[in-house]
Design a protein. Structure first.
Length: 345
């Protein structure tokens, strides 16, 4: 479980009831949101519905949850999904060490109580009627989902890369998303003590179930427009000149048009802009080669880009000779004059 964020109470006054207010609140954290994204965030908060963000890696889905927590003065509780994630890592575990210590503390007292039993069967019956309190909230070790439910302070629950888990984990999430509660069989049902804001992200590695999507507001997040991406880079790298930012953004967008194994993410564009500023010349071939090491993460992608850059330009297609047809020939005035008269006056 990863828990980050702070209780920035001064941010609780941020206006999150309008699209402009959401954009401004996120902008104070350094996150640049489009009007569409800000509108969906506003609706998710107003309707108290989970927000499911789907799209390629590196477009700012996880960063939105972090910025939303900071803007709203909430603690961020993050469940990082991965293949093989089970309920013990997502919901709760029993604190076996504390349970064992509790049993050892009760052992002497239990022995004294059982000394009066006439036989083993009677002693067993006495034990069966005693609740030692081993399975109670005091011995629960909350994991992210239960932590968000039990929290006395408002939180943002981030379920990151939910598409990396099995479908069985999606079923486990339904109770949290729909009823905002968690059921522990040995104890009972815990209902959220505060209303968490829930954000789920998916990189589209597999199709999510309809049951999960029905419980969420859904938005497909793609790479930002050139204008917004320049604004993002300027916000995160204010020391980089605007001309350098424009050149790097254009380079990244041209790379995304290629069939790459992994397209450059926004965070990588920010790193590339800072690198280009240090190198001082974005137009030279040497600088471009260096920026490829920042923007491209696979050797096959680098080879593809270099091959496209060195490939000779395709020769222009030869002009096709147009053979005039009878229909395209100018009409014969004499024939037109006598058409319909049988050739006689």
């Amino acid at each position: 479980m990863t828990t980050v964020g702070s209780f920035a109470r001064q941010r609780e006054s941020a206006d999150l009831t309008t699209t402009a207010g959401v954009r401004e609140a996120l902008a104070t954290t350094g996150y640049v949101a489009s009007d569409e994204l800000a509108t969906v965030v506003r609706l998710a908060i107003a309707l108290d519905r989970p927000l499911l963000l789907e799209g390629p890696a590196g477009v700012g889905k996880t960063e939105l949850a972090k910025a939303l927590a900071e803007a709203g003065g909430r603690r961020l509780v993050r469940l990082q999904c991965y293949e093989g994630l089970d309920d013990n890592r997502a919901l709760y575990e029993w604190d076996y060490a504390r349970q064992l210590l509790h049993v050892q503390m009760l052992r002497d007292r239990t022995s004294a109580e059982l000394a009066s039993a006439p036989d083993l069967a009677a002693a067993s019956a006495m034990l069966a009627n005693v609740d030692f309190g081993l399975y109670s909230e005091a011995f629960l070790a909350p994991r992210p989902l239960l932590d968000a439910i039990l929290s006395e302070d408002p939180v943002v629950l981030l379920v990151d890369e939910v598409d990396r888990t099995e479908e069985s984990m999606e079923a486990l999430l339904l109770e949290v998303l729909a009823e905002k509660q968690v059921t522990v069989p040995e104890v009972g049902t815990f209902t959220a003590r505060t209303a968490p804001w829930v954000v789920l992200t998916s990189n589209d590695t597999r199709e999510l179930s309809g049951a999960l999507k029905r419980r969420c507001l859904h938005l497909t997040v793609d790479f930002p427009t050139a204008e917004i991406e320049r604004e993002i880079v300027s916000s995160r790298a204010p020391d980089v000149e605007e001309g350098v930012i424009a050149d790097v953004v254009d380079l990244a967008r041209s790379l995304r048009d290629l069939p790459l194994r992994k397209a450059p993410s926004v965070s990588e564009v920010i790193d590339a802009a800072r690198a280009a500023m240090l190198l001082g010349d974005t137009a030279s071939a040497a600088t471009r080669e260096t920026l490829y090491s920042v923007l491209l993460k696979y050797a096959s992608d680098t080879e593809l880009v270099r091959a496209r850059a060195t490939a000779p330009a395709a020769p222009p297609a030869p002009e096709r000779t147009v053979v005039p047809s009878i229909a395209s020939a100018p009409p014969n005035s004499t024939t037109a004059a006598f058409r319909g008269r049988g050739g006689r006056s």
